[in-house]
Design a protein around this ligand. Structure first.
Ligand code: AMP
Length: 403
């Protein structure tokens, strides 16, 4: 009998995982530069948290959650997204903001699997809480843009919209409802199934887009303070030199967004998987999960798709391959010394022939080779065309600046 990973899940190993590591390392760097410390929340939470936080009529909640009853009879769900858990953790901590948190980890949704759409997938994201001003929105959008640019997403677009708030959105939704009612005959089945519960979501449907070209736009219905917030966000992004395009149809799949909504799109990828991430402002979320009012803004980025889209060459993983003419015991001791000097070292623990060891060094892409001689004290260090004999203790210093 042999087992395969469950449908829609993957084993990710080298060499593919090398790019994953680079991308996740780059993520930590940018989250740090923008001042977002790590917040690690549980991978499963009370089911009700997601029903309330994500929205009980959203597709994620109605069709995609991995929900189970534990031995104590509680209903738990593997997190389908990160925001609800992070906002819960923030409220639970009793912290007073402005408060920042970043996360990185697997999420779970029972979706129909295809390239870039998995049942277990990895998201990185940030949440910025107890903040209302448009500068907060712009900072968050900028962070995602800088990170995605650093990991070389070709054809990256930031798509921006404002969804209004509790003051102006209900009126718009009514107008939209009237418009969509008259269009029922031309809507696809998916849109028909949500048009009554959540008409906004119909705007997101790619199939229906051509017949809804003249739909009323939220932009024309924003109240004064939402319109002002939106124009400040745009002004800030221009000043930060973060290019964006506006799209009045961008509504996002989750229910909690207010005002700013945005998506990062890798336009060079196929439409089905080109959304590498998105986010927005969610001023009502904290209250909808039973907390005090805490306006906030954040985003989530899909690492599986970022890795698919990235044109970055993974960085080499080995600085030195230690070729030993005297056997694995000596190699082990020497490798340990070089590693403690900060070099990434691979060696042959199996006592294979010297030729085989050289071949392994080149197969693994080692930057330098250090040959440990059968006799004598000095090692022979080779990098490119350069060769030099020296004591083992001098290797790290000599390689500094050459690697
Ligand atoms: P969402 O939480 O739905 O706003 O998704 C944010 C980002 O996570 C998307 O833009 C995708 O890059 C990624 N994502 C969402 N669902 C999946 C999935 N099933 N498989 C892979 N990536 C996903």
């Amino acid at each position: 009998m042999s087992f395969r990973p469950p449908k829609g899940t993957d084993d990710i190993g080298a060499p593919e995982s090398n790019l994953w590591r680079d991308v996740l390392g780059e993520w930590e760097r940018w989250a740090d530069l923008f001042g977002y410390p790590l917040v690690a929340t549980p991978i499963f939470e009370a089911t009700e948290l997601f029903e309330r936080g994500v929205g009980s009529d959203t597709e994620v909640v109605t069709k995609q959650m991995y929900t189970f009853t534990d031995r104590g009879g509680r209903s738990l769900t593997l997190r389908p997204e990160g925001t609800a858990g992070v906002v819960r953790a923030f409220l639970d901590s009793g912290a007073k903001g402005p408060w920042k948190g970043s996360y990185s980890g697997p999420m779970f949704r029972h979706e129909r699997p295809q390239a870039g759409r998995r049942r277990q997938f990895w998201q990185v994201g940030v949440e910025y809480l107890d903040v209302e001003g448009p500068a907060a929105d712009a900072e968050v959008v900028e962070l995602g843009y800088r990170f995605l640019t650093a990991v070389e997403i070709p054809g990256l677009d930031v798509v921006l919209n404002s969804l209004g708030d509790a003051v102006c959105r209900p009126g718009y939704v009514e107008t939209l409802r009237g418009y969509l009612d008259a269009k029922r005959e031309v809507l696809c089945d998916d849109s028909l199934s949500i048009v009554d519960v959540n008409p906004l979501r119909v705007l997101d449907c790619r199939v229906c887009a051509p017949v809804l070209a003249d739909a009323p736009s939220m932009k024309d219905h924003l109240c004064e303070s939402c319109a002002d917030h939106y124009s400040q966000v745009k002004k800030s992004l221009e000043a930060l030199e973060v290019p964006f395009v506006e799209d009045a149809r961008l509504v996002r799949g989750l229910d909690y967004y207010t005002r700013t909504a945005f998506e990062y799109v890798a336009t060079d990828l196929e439409a089905a998987q080109n959304a590498v991430g998105g986010g927005g402002r969610y001023d009502g979320l904290a209250e909808s999960i039973g907390g005090r009012p805490a306006p906030g803004v954040g985003f989530a980025l899909g690492v599986d798709r970022i890795v698919l889209a990235s044109s970055r060459e993974p960085a080499g993983r080995i600085d030195v391959y230690l070729v030993s003419e005297s056997g694995p015991y000596e190699a082990l001791i020497a490798a340990s010394a070089l590693r403690r000097d900060g070099l990434r070292v691979e060696l042959d623990t199996e006592g294979r022939k010297v030729d085989t060891q050289f071949r392994a060094a080149s197969r693994l892409g080692a930057r330098a080779v250090v040959v440990l001689p059968a006799a004598g004290d000095d090692v022979d260090v080779r990098i490119g065309d350069e060769r030099s004999g020296m004591p083992l203790g001098s290797v790290a210093k000599w390689l500094e600046g050459r690697l």
